[in-house]
Design a binder for this molecule. Structure first.
Ligand code: SF4
Length: 274
């Protein structure tokens, strides 16, 4: 895939959130900072996803429970270790996941499909993954993205589901008439966001991502957009823009120079009377 521009959901999210972050991550060539210490939500999310993967692979809930327990007992994950609220929450989410799993009547299931779709003519490779795929019938498929957070932005979830749809349609070479139900399934609160997708939707998704890739490649200015997302940005400790925003530094607010009318230059300002 040498020479093709790689695009993924996370790359697009970073570009839309803050171009400076995108620059740090994908353009600067700087060594990434050491990852921050694990947090309970992060450990829960990874642990539950691993457990759900094992459950899908073997169909035995104990395989998932054993993996989740071993993952949470790792010293590095003590913030969600046994006896903590996070540990109990992780197991409750996995039990919710077991109930979800039991409702799925599938001919065959796959855990964590991960793929790329090369578009040499467009100079782009689209990378994508989905947590689970199920063949429900010859022309009926389902993909699932497990969620463990307290809330998700619908627009971002939909983009993830659209990519998951492309993943299953490409990797399993679905016939044109196949329909795919794409579900974002929250194991914390049971909320399900469902999209019913056809092959024309996959074509539209690929076209959209190729267009976004082109826009990113044409970008030459990577301005910072400090926001609440800075708290989750690994570059925060060395980002001067975030530091300035947090310190409340707005240079023009303190500036007592007179503002020039549109089209005027400094020479147009009348000299002060003696
Ligand atoms: S810390 Fe904030 S402003 Fe700086 S790169 Fe990260 S997201 Fe952008």
């Amino acid at each position: 895939m040498g020479g093709l521009f790689r695009i993924s959901h996370s790359k697009v999210q970073s570009f839309d959130r803050c171009r400076k972050q995108y620059w740090y991550r994908h353009v600067s060539g700087l060594e990434p900072p050491a990852p921050p210490p694990p947090t309970p939500p992060g450990v829960i999310g990874t642990g539950v996803h691993r457990a759900m993967k094992f459950l899908c692979q073997t169909g035995d809930a104990d395989d998932g429970r054993n993996e989740l327990d071993a993952y949470l007992r790792m010293p590095a994950h003590e913030c969600a270790g046994p006896g903590t609220e996070a540990y109990a929450a992780a197991f409750q989410m996995f039990e919710n996941g077991c109930q979800a799993h039991d409702t799925i009547i599938a001919q065959r299931s796959w855990a964590e499909l991960d793929t790329w779709i090369a578009r040499p003519g467009d100079g782009v490779t689209l990378q994508a993954r989905i947590d689970r795929a199920d063949r429900l019938g010859p022309l009926a498929w389902q993909v699932i993205d497990w969620k463990t957070g307290r809330w998700d932005m619908d627009e971002i979830v939909d983009a993830q589901l659209d990519l998951g749809h492309v993943v299953v349609r490409v990797t399993k070479q679905l016939p044109a008439a196949a329909e795919v139900t794409a579900i974002a399934w929250n194991l914390r609160n049971g909320r399900r966001r469902i999209r019913a997708l056809r092959r024309s939707d996959a074509v539209a998704t690929i076209r959209r991502f190729v267009g976004i890739a082109r826009r990113i490649q044409e970008t030459t200015e990577f301005e910072a957009t400090p926001s609440g997302a800075c708290g989750f940005c690994e570059w925060r400790p060395q980002c001067p823009d975030a530091a300035r925003a947090e310190a409340g530094e707005i240079e023009w607010l303190e500036d007592d120079e007179p503002e020039l009318p549109a089209g005027a230059s400094e020479e147009d300002i009348p000299a002060e009377l003696p």
